[in-house]
Ligand binder design. Structure first.
Ligand SMILES: Nc1ncnc2c1ncn2[C@@H]1O[C@H](COP(=O)(O)OP(=O)(O)O)[C@@H](O)[C@H]1O
Ligand SMILES: [Mg+2]
Length: 325
């Protein structure tokens, strides 16, 4: 197998939000939304990221694109650390790195025609004249399976799936290399989720795109991802090649997430008893010491309260952060 080049290497990336309420607060409190996360994404590949709502997926995507200033860590894009670049130095990277949003209703400006919505990033980056821009918008509409004649129509005239296609066309407008897809199908009807994922895969092959594909459960990411990372309360707890993660999940949290996927075969469903997660997700504000999952983990040992498990390489690029290993 040909060894692919790395597009993005994230090293010890953290994003904490300061949540000090009121000026008399005695001690600073932080939401540790992303806490010391490291991974690599290779050119033309997809890293899937899964985890329950609130575990830091969106924050990680936005921090990677420098829509949030990282609290600590490195974001090495094509060999250059962009974590501390100033806004003006970020400009060429802003073009190369785009985002597709979860909510196709809230993410499109309802007062702009879809032509203007898609053309806006081209205008911002001053890349084309008016005629070239219109030509590009028509090309993009066609590319995402919409009618190029619809440029003057408005978002409310389109269905959820069509709006997500408009959001994808907008993300593609300035010929990006890397796209953070933040739960792009979660808000869509089940019947059209596969269409949108298939389209994203076709676009990836066609345009050589690299994706970070965020989802809240494992059933949505298996097909599109080369590798999958599992997040829990700001931490990356396991990462592996996609098939490997499904065949050989190691972290108790990953096992629980996998057991929550409905199995079509009833005999299998009986065998694969659903593992219920006990307890509540702790608050990401001043999260528990030690392993953050220990309060819900049936294998928790005394040492889990004492130290945080580091991501450990189990071979074959399968890494897990758990004291069982
Ligand atoms: N701008 C913000 N200010 C303060 N806290 C935030 C902000 N954005 C997200 N958070 C908190 O960070 C944590 C992770 O949120 P988020 O990244 O949206 O998770 P996910 O996308 O996995 O649902 C949550 O506890 C959330 O409340
Ligand atoms: Mg989110």
């Amino acid at each position: 197998m040909e060894e692919k080049d790395t597009l993005i290497e994230v090293k010890n990336l953290s994003k904490f939000f300061d949540v000090n309420k009121g000026m008399f607060a005695k001690k600073k409190s932080y939401v540790k939304a992303v806490d010391d996360v490291s991974f690599i994404i290779k050119k033309g590949e997809t890293l899937g990221i899964v985890g329950e709502s609130g575990c830091g997926k969106t924050t990680m995507g936005r921090t990677l694109l420098k829509l949030y200033e990282p609290t600590a860590g490195e974001i090495i894009y094509n060999g250059k650390d962009i974590a501390n670049l100033k806004n003006n130095e970020m400009l060429p990277y802003r073009r190369k790195m785009q985002m597709i949003f979860q909510d196709p209703y809230a993410s499109l400006n309802s007062r702009m025609s879809i032509g203007d919505i898609i053309a806006e990033p081209i205008e911002i980056h001053k890349l084309m004249n008016k005629i070239e821009r219109l030509e590009r918008v028509r090309y993009l509409l066609n590319k995402v399976g919409l009618n190029p004649e619809d440029v003057r129509r408005y978002p409310h005239e389109f269905s959820g799936g069509q709006r997500q296609r408009i959001g994808i066309a907008r993300a593609l407008a300035v010929q990006p290399e890397f796209i953070v897809c933040d739960e792009p199908i979660s808000a869509l009807d089940v019947s059209i989720q596969a269409q949108v994922v298939n389209m994203l895969e076709d676009l990836q092959d066609d345009l050589g795109l690299t994706y970070l594909f965020i989802a809240h459960d494992l059933s949505m990411v298996k097909h599109i991802s080369n590798k999958i990372g599992v997040m829990y309360l700001g931490k990356l707890v396991e990462i592996a090649e996609s098939n490997e993660l499904y065949k050989n999940p190691l972290h108790p949290y990953t096992k629980a997430l996998l057991s929550a996927i409905p199995v079509p075969d009833p005999d299998m469903a009986l065998q694969n008893k659903r593992i219920m997660l006990e307890g509540e997700i702790p608050s990401p504000i001043d999260p528990p010491e030690g392993c953050r999952f220990r309060g819900r983990c049936k294998y928790a040992m005394p040492m889990c309260a004492e130290a945080q498990p580091e991501l450990k390489d189990m071979g074959g690029e399968h890494k897990v952060a758990c004291f069982l290993y």
